[in-house]
Design a protein around this ligand. Structure first.
Ligand SMILES: *[C@@H]1O[C@H](CO)[C@@H](O)[C@H](O)[C@H]1NC(C)=O
Ligand SMILES: *[C@@H]1O[C@H](CO)[C@@H](O)[C@H](O)[C@H]1NC(C)=O
Ligand SMILES: *[C@@H]1O[C@H](CO)[C@@H](O)[C@H](O)[C@H]1NC(C)=O
Length: 237
């Protein structure tokens, strides 16, 4: 069901990720402690709309961030408009620019170099920031391969929407696709992929993924490294 992925498949042939309810704080907290930085081996963090060949290291997490130019063929780059722009770190650099897809119905990122059959967390962030100057908040669909991940419905220009899914990826690459559903132009701010230990999230297997509803930091005092480790999800889809 999560098998990849024929980008020309229509919406009707799509199989949704299976529904699953998880109890947020009850189970499976991964100790992160706050002292030890997580390994970043296999991390891929993409700043969508960053000029080609640009990259930087996130000043707080020290995680390298790259441009999306090598992962997607369609779309165009835009900066957040001046009224929604703030310098980093007040506004994370990932929100300073977006890639938008005005001309394609289905626009896909291909994330390479995966270990087939392994568990991954994928996170996509969307902050509109009036990048097109039109003040038109879009809604569109997000797919993991051929599976509907969720609808992204932007309700405020200022506020970021976060989509996050944990899934077994069968192949050595995976596509994340934005699909225009007639409610405005799809865009994306950033996209991240994190390998997970296969023992984490036993509910996640080859036929079902977990879709994040919310994330809670239990007892931590800082956002980091919690933000980048996988942890206490309440999951439903
Ligand atoms: C976006 O902002 C950067 C940094 O201020 C600037 O160099 C670049 O030309 C801008 N790009 C567009 C498309 O306006
Ligand atoms: C997006 O949210 C708005 C406000 O809640 C709602 O009116 C609209 O129907 C939603 N669009 C989609 C495509 O879900
Ligand atoms: C995945 O888990 C679900 C629920 O536990 C189960 O019904 C399904 O058969 C499992 N799939 C595989 C491939 O193990």
């Amino acid at each position: 069901m999560l098998a990849l992925t024929n980008t020309s498949m229509g919406r009707r042939s799509v199989a949704c990720l299976r529904l699953l309810v998880g109890l947020a704080a009850a189970a499976g907290v991964l100790q992160v402690g706050g002292q030890r930085a997580p390994s970043i081996a296999g991390f891929l963090t993409i700043d969508c709309g960053l000029p080609e060949q640009s990259s930087y290291v996130d000043p707080i997490t020290k995680i390298p961030v790259v441009s999306d130019a090598g992962f997607v063929d369609a779309g165009s780059n835009h900066n957040t408009s001046a009224e929604y722009m703030k310098p980093a770190p007040e506004l994370g650099r990932g929100y300073h620019n977006v890639r938008s897809f005005p001309d394609t119905e289905r626009s896909c990122y291909t994330l390479p170099s995966l270990v087939p059959g392994s568990k991954y967390l994928l996170r996509a962030l969307f902050r509109y920031g009036n990048y097109d100057g039109l003040q038109k908040l879009p809604a569109f669909d997000l797919y993991l391969g051929v599976n509907l991940w969720r609808t992204v419905n932007i309700s405020e220009a200022e506020r970021a929407v976060m989509a996050e899914v944990t899934a077994v990826i069968p192949d050595d690459s995976v596509q994340v696709c934005l699909v225009n559903t007639g409610s405005g132009t799809p865009f994306i701010s950033s996209l991240a992929l994190r390998p997970l230990e296969n023992t984490l999230y036993p509910q996640v297997n080859a036929t079902q993924g977990l879709n994040l509803i919310d994330r809670f930091s239990m007892g931590g005092t800082s956002y980091y490294p919690i933000k980048y480790v996988y942890y206490t999800d309440g999951c439903i889809y």
